[in-house]
Design a protein. Structure first.
Length: 348
């Protein structure tokens, strides 16, 4: 039977997952506080339970049935002590679903701990095809997390995570996933300032049948975004208007709202502040703002437009300050850099 020499939050979280218990039920099962279990989940291997709790965890593992112990062994040791060619697909899939929710709320700490549970201790080549697929999905989500935090270049970055995921999906012959990763890589290139290159990537993907109609419409919208950043605002507004019609036809209110936000910025870039204010008002009223990221992006765009008119400059600074506070609160580094760039532009 597997033994744990030193329990950390990582092993404790793996035991909870292996027992298929919620955090609340697991806390009751062990007789510890719910906040203790939450701490294990958040801090992972950087936290160690007290000696008396270590003994409680030993007992809980010893009393688990054979299936739960096998799941625990695969979660903690991967290919080093377990078979390694299989994984607990059900638990892994559940964790991926939880990561998606965490990222929508910008809960990066918990999302990272869930992903590292699977990515940090396994070699994907030891998994069966289903496990390799889940590994690729986890890598893509890690790329999303790194991108949202502004870590886009370098060996431990969104670009690296996406590139590795693309290689796995290509080996598994899943064209749709490969194309989705290529779309994410185009976003990274745009964030890195490679506007012409990213615009060409978006334009190609906007006609790529491997992608869904929604993803193709998003690629078309992002063509306009890259062009607008290059100063080609007239053509950008035409492309964005086409994307808006596609989102409307698809019944995608959030994408429709985001597209109006980007269209507003393109009109600001061309000097048409009346249209810019018109479209940013549509964006503010037309979608459900249910995440800090959406709020920060919308407020940043609104503040940028208001700053462009001396009569509304103070209002613009106030809106940008509000966006900066929220970006700071949720660790949205890329958004903070954008806000500071807007402020410097006004000071200059």
């Amino acid at each position: 039977m597997v033994n744990v020499q030193q329990w950390t939050g990582r092993e404790a979280s793996a035991l909870r997952a292996a027992l298929r218990m919620s955090m609340r039920v697991f806390a009751e099962h062990l007789g510890v506080a719910l906040r203790t279990v939450a701490k294990w989940e958040d801090l992972g291997e950087t936290t160690r339970p007290r000696p008396d709790t270590q003994a409680i965890l030993d007992t809980a593992l010893a009393r688990a049935d054979a299936h739960a112990r096998a799941r625990f062994e695969r979660l903690v040791f991967g290919g080093s002590q377990a078979d390694g060619r299989t994984a607990d697909h059900e638990t892994w899939t559940e964790d991926i679903d939880r990561v998606i929710v965490c990222l929508s709320r910008q809960d990066f700490t918990f999302a990272s701990s869930l992903l590292n549970r699977w990515l940090g201790f396994h070699n994907p080549r030891t998994f069966d095809p289903k496990g390799q697929y889940l590994y690729g999905r986890s890598l893509a989500l890690l790329g999303d997390l790194q991108r949202d935090q502004g870590v886009i270049l370098g060996p431990l970055s969104a670009r690296q995570s996406y590139a590795t995921a693309r290689g796995l999906f290509a080996e598994l012959d899943i064209p749709r996933r490969v194309a989705q990763i290529e779309l994410s890589l185009a976003v990274v290139n745009e964030m890195a300032g490679q506007l012409g290159h990213s615009a060409r990537q978006y334009e190609r993907l906007a006609a790529d049948e491997r992608l869904s109609r929604r993803d193709r419409a998003r690629a078309r919208l992002w063509v306009g975004t890259a062009l607008s950043k290059e100063g080609n605002n007239e053509y950008a507004t035409t492309v964005m208007a086409t994307a808006i019609r596609e989102f409307e036809g698809l019944g995608e209110p959030e994408d429709w709202s985001v597209a109006h936000q980007k269209l507003a910025l393109a009109h600001r870039g061309s000097g048409d502040l009346t249209r810019a204010l018109h479209y940013i008002d549509i964006a503010r009223q037309g979608g459900t703002i249910d995440s800090p990221m959406q709020r920060v992006r919308l407020d940043t765009a609104h503040g940028h437009i208001l700053l462009s008119d001396p009569a509304t400059r103070n209002d613009g600074l106030s809106v940008l300050d509000q966006a900066a506070r929220m970006a700071q609160q949720y660790g949205l580094s890329h958004q903070l850099r954008s806000i500071e760039g807007i402020r410097k532009g006004q000071r200059g």
